[in-house]
Design a protein around this ligand. Structure first.
Ligand SMILES: Cc1cc2nc3c(=O)[nH]c(=O)nc-3n(C[C@H](O)[C@H](O)[C@H](O)COP(=O)(O)OP(=O)(O)OC[C@H]3O[C@@H](n4cnc5c(N)ncnc54)[C@H](O)[C@@H]3O)c2cc1C
Length: 311
């Protein structure tokens, strides 16, 4: 087959395929698992550049993605909604550089926050991952992209160009990268007692905490264990998460547990979006999005499309 082969059908591979097909390329996706079964299916997911370096290009991609999700929020079939919430900060030197990608934000009123904490209130896209990933896959297929289930062991030869968007396994496929690593994230999903606002608390002295209410549940996290490949749910870790989130949002106390999850964020010293030299045909990398794959998805997909050019 000629055209472009994208390896990976997580949020990154699907977004890249969408943009390439839109630019006139014939596109095929090869993926071992669909998005729901990959890290993308575990994400909370709100727009926020968590566990990723906040360089100028990352914040540019985050801003592009914010705008695209804001448009998608106008269509309830996408599973995207704009939701108000609070980014808590317990440190005086907290990095608020991300606010430049957010049109509406203001200092949070400390009266409603845990003692001594400050924060930023803002409205950001909330992506209901199960609905959104199914919608995105259908959009990609409607653009003529073939999605095939296949474990790729070496880069395909039967195409004009390859995009490696295989999350955490991208580095081993390319064989030229020793900077990728997992950051383990565990979540527990509770019944929603009627919450609509999200809250994140990255500097909580007891550990990372966030509460992201969705239509039928509330995603509660979390953990950020760099280097851990363990995908099993740890009951002790879960007990810690429940302690932290109920301290933040007391309405969660006693809510039934609906499901649990662990995902390995595909982290890297820097997000890798570039042409990869040394192959017999053009090869492009798009991975290493850490805890911000949804947040950067449309911006980085557009970067890949720009690198490859029109079809
Ligand atoms: C607990 C948790 C909470 C998160 N919350 C958020 C959030 O609120 N906001 C946000 O923006 N991000 C969040 N993230 C991060 C986000 O989930 C990731 O950055 C994103 O899912 C990465 O997408 P990806 O497509 O690169 O990788 P993945 O979703 O892992 O997809 C990789 C794809 O490549 C395929 N693949 C891999 N190897 C091969 C191979 N050899 N052959 C064929 N196919 C292969 C897989 O089968 C899969 O289809 C969170 C992550 C976790 C774990």
């Amino acid at each position: 087959m000629a055209g472009v082969t994208v390896v990976g059908a997580g949020v990154i591979g699907l977004s890249v395929a969408h943009e390439l097909a839109g630019a006139g390329h014939r596109v095929r996706i090869l993926a071992a698992q669909d998005a729901a079964a990959s890290t993308s299916g575990v994400a909370a997911a709100i727009w926020f550049p968590h566990d990723v370096q906040r360089s100028g290009s990352v914040l540019d991609s985050a801003a592009v993605t914010y705008k695209r999700f804001e448009e998608l929020a106008g269509d309830p079939r996408t599973g995207v909604a704009m939701r108000a919430g609070t980014v808590l900060s317990r440190r005086t030197d907290a990095d608020h550089s991300w606010t430049r990608a957010v049109p509406h934000h203001e200092p949070a009123d400390p009266a409603g926050l845990p003692g001594g904490a400050g924060g930023v209130r803002c409205t950001v896209p909330l992506i209901q991952t199960d609905v959104y990933l199914a919608w995105l896959r259908a959009e990609v297929e409607a653009r003529g992209v073939e999605i095939r289930t296949a474990e790729v062991r070496s880069l395909p030869e039967d195409c004009d160009a390859v995009v490696v968007a295989a999350g955490l396994r991208s580095a081993e496929l390319l064989g030229d990268d020793d900077q990728a690593y997992p950051i383990r994230g565990q979540v527990v999903r509770l019944a929603n007692p009627g919450l609509t606002e999200w809250i994140t608390d990255e500097d909580n002295p007891e550990g990372l905490a966030y509460v992201v209410p969705r239509r039928h549940d509330v995603v509660c996290g979390g953990t950020g264990e760099a280097g851990s490949w363990d995908r099993t749910v740890d009951p002790e870790v879960e007990a810690g998460i429940l302690r932290r989130v109920t301290a933040l949002v007391p309405e969660l106390a006693g809510q039934p547990i609906l499901s649990r999850g662990v995902g390995l964020r595909p982290a890297r010293s820097t997000v890798r979006v570039e042409a990869v030299p040394g192959h017999s045909r053009p090869v492009f990398a798009c991975y290493g999005h850490g805890g911000a794959g949804f947040t950067l998805s449309w911006g980085d997909a557009a970067r890949v499309a720009a690198l490859i050019g029109a079809g």
